[in-house]
Design a protein around this ligand. Structure first.
Ligand code: FES
Ligand SMILES: [Fe+2]
Length: 481
């Protein structure tokens, strides 16, 4: 045994073999980005945006206790249909309103009957002979809230900074799109789940394992990963003045086809991805298949709330299933949710196992990033700039003041017919195609919402056949066209 090697601490030139002894310390997490409790930099930044807090189906005839960004809250729908999101502990002497009685208007605390409206106003205090003064001085903590397509949204920031709710084109593109709400619970910090989306290379490894021998067929049913198994050619670009980021993934497919997939994050915690069931056989352009908000419960728990988008473009083979989406359920890969046994997770790990096992809060200081991690590190840098107030406002959000206006978003899949070239040249060609598709998506920003989709499809037709090739006729039929 060479003891001089075994006992040597690591150096920049030579890692110490059997050097576990020198690596036992676990540094503190990066709390500037990971902690969202009230008063923290990220927590105050995230509170400037509308956040989903539960599914509509979770609002029943009894209140729902929820925890969002470390705040204990209660959500309910009163008998008039109004939604309330209130601080959980009653202003009188602290009983939890999760045991309250839902009234025609608002909620009544179980202990002494103090009755609060959805805006927190005290309406009644039956144990008091004269509650007039109390009604003028007491108000339960409350947040503005509303329901949209099966999700309950709340705004938890300063009242004078409440923004309009951002509508995106993709909620109604193509015509007939149905949004189905879901949630997905992760017992770990919100950031490692969010930034996982910019780590697209993992799809070729983690998700490719789901289809190899040794995995129970039943665990992979209903999902095809055709095309995802190949290592993508990756590029990342900041968007919206640094308020977002996209990855552009290019893959060579059989039969002289190239698949360009773009996924976009918008800070602090929103994202859309393309079709969840892309197949190499599809030959058209399709928009978002899934919207997600990565919502912190506290610093070591989070919930993805989102919409699956169902239409015949993002799900042409009908593999997605709305009935499989709901509370901690999504009709995607197994391994997205934590509802399997430990052994099942070990034998066929998915995102849930990979992300939760990064520690309750991933320790960035212990990472050894490679070139495939550029997107994750860009994401963190842009987020940090935004948290520190260094980022100019998103120019696209300015259009939200117009009634009925919606915002463009770049998430999409496109398959182009492009003859294969020798490997190195083909790689450059695929990167150029990816850039061109992204520029086409961005070129629609200045157009009215109802013209963007047709514009994008026309422009994509022009590069089908190759960047310099003659336009090739292909089906780009839009349900809007
Ligand atoms: S603690 Fe709620 S009414 Fe007394
Ligand atoms: Fe994944």
């Amino acid at each position: 045994m060479n003891s001089s090697v075994n006992n040597a601490p690591a150096t920049a030139q030579q890692p110490a073999r059997y050097g576990g002894y020198f690596k036992r310390d676990v540094p503190a997490p990066d709390l500037e980005l990971t902690s969202t409790n009230a008063g923290t930099p990220m927590g105050e930044y995230m509170r400037l945006f509308w956040q989903p807090v539960c599914l509509s189906q979770e609002l029943t005839d009894v209140p729902k206790a929820i925890r969002i960004m470390g705040e204990d809250l209660v959500a309910f729908r009163d008998k008039s249909g109004a939604v309330g999101v209130l601080h959980r502990h009653c202003s009188h002497r602290g009983a939890s309103l999760e045991y309250g009685v839902i009234a025609e208007h608002g909620i009544r605390c179980c202990y002494h009957g103090w009755h609060y409206a959805v805006d927190g106003s005290l309406l009644d205090a039956p144990c008091e002979s004269d509650a007039t003064r109390l009604k003028q001085t007491v108000c339960q903590g409350a947040y503005p809230a509303f329901e949209r397509d099966g999700l309950v949204f709340a705004y938890m920031g300063p009242p004078d900074k409440k923004p309009p709710f951002p509508e995106f084109d993709t909620y109604s593109l193509p015509k007939g799109t149905k949004l189905v709400p879901f949630s997905n619970i992760y017992p770990c910090n919100w950031l490692q789940v969010f930034e996982n989306i910019m780590d697209h290379m993992h799809t070729a490894v983690l998700h490719n394992h789901m289809t190899v021998d040794g995995v129970d067929e039943a665990t992979a049913e209903g999902v095809t990963l055709e095309g995802f198994g190949d290592m993508p050619i990756m590029q990342w670009e900041a968007t919206r003045n640094g308020n977002g980021i996209v990855f552009i993934a290019g893959r060579r497919l059989p039969d002289d086809k190239v698949w360009i997939r773009i996924t976009e994050m918008i800070f602090p915690n929103y994202l859309q991805i393309g079709s969840l069931v892309p197949t190499a056989a599809r030959e058209r352009h399709s928009t978002s298949g899934c919207t997600r908000w990565n919502v912190p419960v506290d610093d070591t728990n989070m919930i993805i709330f989102g919409y699956r988008h169902f239409n015949d473009e993002v799900d042409p083979d009908g593999l997605g299933c709305a009935e499989d989406c709901g509370v901690d359920k999504i009709d995607f890969l197994v391994g997205q949710t934590g509802n399997r046994t430990y052994e099942e997770g070990q034998r066929a790990p998915g995102d849930w196992e990979a992300l939760v096992s990064q520690r309750p809060i991933a320790i960035h200081a212990l990472e050894h990033p490679g070139t495939s991690d550029v997107g994750v590190y860009m994401c963190r840098k842009l987020l940090r700039d935004a948290v520190r107030g260094k980022t100019a406002p998103d120019p696209l959000y300015a259009t939200l003041s117009a009634e009925g206006e919606s915002l463009p978003l770049y998430a999409q899949d496109t398959v182009l017919h492009v003859p294969e070239l020798p490997a190195d040249v083909d790689r450059k060609q695929i990167m150029e195609l990816g850039k061109r598709v992204f520029e086409i998506m961005r070129s629609a920003d200045a157009l009215p919402a109802n013209e963007r989709d047709a514009h994008v499809r026309r422009q994509l037709d022009l590069i089908d056949g190759g960047l310099d090739g003659a336009p090739a006729p292909r089906s780009t039929s839009s349900a809007l066209a």
